[in-house]
Design a protein around this ligand. Structure first.
Ligand code: PEP
Length: 244
């Protein structure tokens, strides 16, 4: 039995008011055993702990545990202020902050060492897709990003770069094809893990397209950016995940 899951990635948005709104609606967001995780900007994690029902995640963590790394936040620090999950390898960080597969692998190791569950984000650009390299890129991101990982404590999100924040969504068939590729890759490492690991789709998920995406065989829920800033839209997406 796989865990259905929906993760809210607020990016550089939101704050204490939105956290309170989520806390008020938490029971309806999480009905039917959907695991809902909220990733606010890290400075709000400690305040979010005042709402004990919320399950929290961070949007990134350092690959380092301590030292002269100005501006970084270690996985252990994030765990101490309430994070239980952490996004790693989000395409915005790969593109804007130089997060290579090697850095991703180190961050995943650091996260697991601190008892955070990493959510590895993988995805191809529009150029890579049109050149026919989608599968190659995804497999490379999995192989290199998960070199040191414990696959039993992991979530993977397929997020085509061309679909993130663009309003353009992968078709259910396109998304399913890559989720099946990812699950097969995990099965080659460990069949038991492949049967259980949550695989999420991300990229312009909205209330109107969530149900069809989540009904695909290998899609267990979503990683939601823009639509997670509106609690009513996010609730509709969580409801679609409750019906998987
Ligand atoms: C994301 O940032 O992970 C994401 C999927 O964003 P959006 O839902 O806005 O496309």
């Amino acid at each position: 039995m796989r865990q259905n899951m929906v993760i809210a990635n607020w990016k550089l948005n939101g704050g204490t008011e939105l956290i309170a709104e989520f806390a008020n609606q938490w029971d309806s967001l999480t009905a039917n055993n959907v695991q809902v995780v909220v990733c606010p900007p890290a400075v709000y994690l400690a305040a979010a702990q005042a709402h004990p029902s919320l399950v929290l995640g961070a949007q990134s963590c350092s690959a380092y545990q301590e030292g002269a790394y100005t501006g970084e936040l270690s996985a252990a620090m994030l765990h101490e202020v309430g994070a239980r999950y952490v996004l790693v390898g989000h395409s915005e960080r790969r593109a804007m902050f130089g997060e290579t597969d090697e850095v991703v692998a180190n961050k995943i190791a650091a996260a697991q060492q601190a008892n955070l569950v990493p959510v590895l984000c993988v995805g191809e650009t529009a150029e890579q897709r049109s050149a026919g390299f989608t599968a190659k890129i995804i497999l490379q991101q999995l192989e290199q990003g998960l070199l040191q990982a414990d696959l039993t404590r992991l979530v993977i999100a397929y997020e085509p770069v061309w679909a993130i924040g663009t309003g353009e969504t992968a078709s259910p068939a396109q998304a399913q094809e890559i989720h099946a590729l990812i699950r097969n890759w995990v099965a080659q490492q460990d069949k038991g893990v492949a049967a259980k690991i949550p695989l999420l789709y991300g990229g312009s998920v909205k209330p109107e397209n969530a149900a069809e995406l989540f009904q695909q065989q290998d899609i267990d829920g979503g990683l939601i950016g823009g639509a997670s800033l509106d609690v009513e839209q996010f609730k509709a997406i969580c409801t679609a995940a409750q019906e998987i």
